[in-house]
Write a protein that binds this ligand. Structure first.
Ligand code: FES
Length: 133
């Protein structure tokens, strides 16, 4: 199994690791097959993600995809962040081996879970917000 240089870089030097104590949204997702867990924290101002951090208890590809996903949504608006797909995360990392695709799905889901939590805290629902866009 060969990993791209970008995957190795984001695994060895993950960006945005940690927690945000006063986060506006926190999302935690897990993969039932491998047992890996990913937690994302977002800080939101004027519908823009001003800060994002993650903690991943998981494989190297899960760490690399979390790191890349945080880089891709930082500074983006909430609707833009919701457009993030695992495909985009994989492309930004120059690809993943097929058996590791599910790790990138976890990253997409973790961002969505954090946004969903943000909406819940605002008294809104993610589903209604998406429908209204
Ligand atoms: Fe499950 Fe990577 S092996 S997230």
């Amino acid at each position: 199994m060969a990993y791209s240089e970008k995957v190795m870089d984001h695994f060895a030097n993950p960006r945005n690791v940690g927690e945000i104590e006063d986060a506006d949204g926190i999302g935690e997702v897990g993969n039932s097959k491998c047992g890996d867990i990913m937690k994302m924290y977002i800080k939101v101002e004027d519908e823009t993600i001003t800060d994002v951090k993650f903690k991943t208890f998981g494989c190297g590809a899960a760490i690399a995809t979390s790191s890349m996903a945080t880089e891709l949504v930082k500074g983006k608006t909430i609707p833009e962040a919701l457009q993030l797909t695992n495909q985009a995360v994989m492309e930004a990392l120059d690809g993943l081996p097929p058996v590791k695709v599910h790790c990138s799905v976890l990253a997409e889901e973790a961002i969505k879970a954090a946004v969903s939590d943000y909406y819940t805290k605002q008294g809104k629902s993610l589903d209604t917000e998406i429908e209204n866009k």
